[in-house]
Design a protein around this ligand. Structure first.
Ligand code: SAM
Ligand code: SF4
Ligand code: SF4
Length: 338
């Protein structure tokens, strides 16, 4: 396959594609889909609005031709989409794709981990914000204890998938879990990534005061563990990584709020209903589903995606102010994927 390299207005190449396969979720994490808003009457997308697996495969192929090397499947909860391993298999067969990963809350992994691995998935990021049943149940809004996620982690490991753990840290909610989570992951040989709480969407009531920064977490950890910096594995890697000295276990930080990394952001996002977003915080998606369903050719689709990327100027986290937090129209995380 001949790959083109397309660049945006800030000279950033297109390298990663995050695909949200579904906007629904079996959790109601308070920092993502607060239960008060995403209640029983909330209108999720009907099936006809979602991109089919064939449509996702077609779009992914075009993105790969335009430079994408990595695809991450996300949601909502991606394992709630029926037969996800079928999609993994289709994507895995596309020439030119180097890496395919999945972000999940983990509870359905005991059912799907082996099938996903057999379909070609290499690794999963599993979200876990606390090791305490009661607190975790409060955070996920569904009173689900830690057990089902731990079973998911075990199942993923057993199936041969690489596992990283994502922990969103919110002040006053789960900061007491920063050290216990580090101890747990170190003991299990898992890479933990602390994620700064972000002002995604407009429903989570985000305030700057709720953020615990990378520096604060790093300082806390350093009092108990000797950490040494690790070089990024590739250009644009989001997590800043450290290693527990004398081990091969890493710990990472996603410092989107305190140390933004827009200048090397190579990520595009495809929402569950087929809109391309060029930034997690950009409320304006570019339709490609209806264009495709109206009969666009591959060349026309390629042109549209090229045009979208070429016009990209996003650098929201560099520009974040109280004004942007309050007034900018932003897309919900569950819809676009993390
Ligand atoms: N449901 C899956 C899960 O929870 O892993 C995949 C989708 S979720 C939107 C993707 C990632 O975004 C998760 O690791 C989640 O913890 C993170 N996330 C959600 N809301 C966030 C927020 N407000 N700030 C930072 N990270 C957030
Ligand atoms: Fe669901 Fe993931 Fe959002 Fe939690 S973070 S509500 S598991 S999509
Ligand atoms: Fe990329 Fe937007 Fe995040 Fe900046 S704020 S790193 S441009 S997704």
């Amino acid at each position: 396959m001949v790959k083109s390299i397309i660049k945006d207005q800030l000279n950033r190449p297109l390298r990663d594609l995050r695909i949200s396969v579904i906007d629904r979720c079996n959790f109601r994490c308070q920092y993502c889909m607060p239960a008060e808003i995403f209640g029983p009457d909330f209108a999720f997308l009907p099936k006809s609005e979602l991109l089919s697996y064939e449509e996702i495969e077609r779009v992914a192929k075009l993105f790969i031709e335009l430079g994408v090397e990595k695809i991450r499947l996300t949601g909502g909860e991606p394992l709630m989409r029926k037969d996800l391993p079928i999609l993994v298999k289709k994507l895995n067969q596309i020439e030119g794709l180097k890496d395919i990963a999945l972000t999940t809350n983990g509870v359905m992994l005991p059912k799907y981990a082996e099938e996903l691995h057999a379909a070609g998935l290499k690794r999963v990021n599993i979200s876990l914000d606390s090791l305490k049943d009661e607190l975790f149940g409060e955070i996920n809004g569904r009173n689900v204890g830690v057990g089902p996620v731990l079973k998911g982690i075990e199942a993923a490991k057993k199936a041969g998938l690489g596992v990283k753990i994502n922990m969103v840290v919110k002040k006053g909610l789960n900061d007491s879990e920063i050290l216990p989570m580090a101890e747990f992951c170190k003991k299990e040989g898992l890479e933990l990534r602390y994620i700064e709480y972000m002002d995604v969407g407009s429903t989570n009531g985000w305030k700057m005061d709720d953020v615990i920064t990378k520096k604060q977490i790093h300082d806390m950890l350093s009092q108990h563990h000797e950490l040494e910096p690790v070089d990024p594995d590739y250009y644009g890697e989001v997590a800043k990584k450290y290693r527990y000295k004398g081990t091969d276990i890493n710990v990472g930080f996603i410092s989107s709020v305190s140390e933004s990394f827009c200048s090397s952001c190579t990520r595009s996002r495809l929402s569950a209903n087929g809109q391309v977003f060029t930034c997690l915080f950009n409320g304006n998606g570019h339709d490609i589903r209806d264009f495709m369903r109206a009969g666009a050719t591959d060349e026309e689709l390629r042109q549209r995606v090229t045009n979208i990327w070429n016009h990209r100027t996003d650098r929201y986290s560099d520009e974040r102010t109280a004004e942007t937090v309050a007034n900018r129209k932003k897309i919900e995380m569950s819809y676009i994927g993390g």
